[in-house]
Write a protein of this length. Structure first.
Length: 189
């Protein structure tokens, strides 16, 4: 099998360690050394094989670090997306509540408008009736006022009937030349 089909070796925290691919065992194996350094055995003084392996290993570590960084970015973006979705759901619920309140207010407004129209129609009818009724009364009041004015001007404003002779007389009052009150009358023709 090829080296790129096998998982690399990691420490207890999941971080890659210094390692090499052993084709004989078809696996990555830790690089062991002494005093904190890698132990390197070079045969034929040919370091090119080691340098090639180190280049591959460095690329693998860098790729893993980029993958981890990308994964952290993806998780952060997913958290942001979830938070935005929750906010969108909350906003939608508020929008629905506002719409329901608007519909209720519109229904109340329509009911109030219907009541206003009924009241306005009743007011118009009452005004028409009052105007018609008052017009009749106004004419009567005008006639009574005119009659009263005429009555005040007339020197014999009152009437009486002689039932025996079936005649009608008008009468009034006056002061005679001596200053005494006097009843005067005449037959109405």
């Amino acid at each position: 099998m090829a080296y790129n089909t096998k998982s690399i070796v990691t420490d207890k925290d999941g971080n890659p360690i210094s390692q090499y691919y052993n084709p004989d065992t078809d696996s990555y194996e830790p690089v062991e050394g002494s005093h904190g350094a890698n132990k390197v055995m070079v045969g034929n003084n040919d370091l090119s094989l080691i340098l090639d392996k180190l280049s591959q290993l460095t690329g693998t570590i860098i790729d893993e670090e980029i993958r981890k960084s990308n994964e952290n970015t993806r998780k952060s973006n997913e958290d942001t997306r979830k938070s935005n979705e929750l906010q969108r759901i909350d906003n939608e619920e508020i929008r629905i509540q506002n719409e329901n309140t608007r519909v209720q207010n519109e229904n109340i407004r329509q009911t109030n408008e219907d009541t206003r129209i009924v009241n306005e129609n009743a007011r118009v009818l009452a005004e028409q009736e009052r105007a018609t009724t008052f017009a009749g009364y106004e004419n009567r009041v005008t006639n009574v006022e005119n009659d009263l004015a005429q009555h005040k001007l007339d020197y014999m404003p009152h009437r009486f009937q002689d039932l025996k002779n079936d005649k009608i007389y008008k009468f009034g009052f006056q002061i005679n030349e001596e200053g005494n009150p006097q009843i005067i009358y005449e037959e109405v023709m």
